[in-house]
Design a protein around this ligand. Sequence first.
Ligand SMILES: CC(C)(COP(=O)(O)OP(=O)(O)OC[C@H]1O[C@@H](n2cnc3c(N)ncnc32)[C@H](O)[C@@H]1OP(=O)(O)O)[C@@H](O)C(=O)NCCC(=O)NCCS
Length: 252
Amino acid sequence: MKLLENVDNILEKDPAARSRLEVVLCYPGFHVMVSHKVANFLWQRGMTTVARCVSQAARVWTGIEIHPGATIGRRVFIDHGMGVVIGETTIIGDDVVIYQGVTLGAGAAARMGSASRGKKRHPTLGNGVVVGSGAEIQGDIIVGDNVRVASGSIVLKDVPPNSVVVGVPGRVIYRDGVKVTSESVPDIEAEAIKSLKHRLEKLEHLVAAAPDINRESFEVPVEDFSTADSKNTQVVDDGTDPVDVFLHGAGI
Ligand SMILES: CC(C)(COP(=O)(O)OP(=O)(O)OC[C@H]1O[C@@H](n2cnc3c(N)ncnc32)[C@H](O)[C@@H]1OP(=O)(O)O)[C@@H](O)C(=O)NCCC(=O)NCCS
């Protein structure tokens, strides 16, 4: 009955799915859930190597790697799935949707090797969470109920329920349906550039105020400051300050 529930859930969530038969035959997200039930059953009974073999066979078939020890709730839908990795101590609630390329990983604990064996080192996802394609959720953190994680985000800290998280590192931009303003969520890159610009301006004032300075020795071509390949870099000489352009939002 629970497997049928998974099939109907996929039919409901994926507009591309047309029939139960299609879901059963063609959905790796369904196949991997069936194999995980078997692998998890074996894992719980101490048959860890056989359980890993089942999980690895499913990985070859579906492109989705779920460790047999992971705890997965009801109606979890891994859409497309290729490249999804779900670690051993991950806990996933009910009605979660995970897209391709998502990692639910061990984060910094991975570096500790066997010293972290047996410890909770992977994330816990609440009910109704959506994790967009290519997102990384790392470490023993809690992602609250109904959180939506944008594609390509990297989440390393707990996320409060009913939030939307975007970016690298992940930042909450909506909470309980209300946009979180930039005043309470600073833009780290912009702040860093603002600080650099401020220091540069101070330096320019100091140089301009110094009486006995050979100013020609400070005339350095712009390319010298760039680590980019200057031959392939388009520099628009329209008088605009690229730092100002960046600070006003372009390219962020
Ligand atoms: C993050 C997400 C879950 C939010 O969905 P939503 O709540 O319905 O809202 P929206 O899509 O309108 O996005 C909300 C805000 O997040 C921003 N956003 C969405 N995805 C983003 C991303 N990957 N990176 C940065 N910002 C993103 C939007 O620009 C929007 O900002 P705004 O309100 O300032 O205009 C959704 O955009 C998403 O990424 N879903 C995963 C989709 C996916 O993986 N599809 C694969 C299918 S094959």
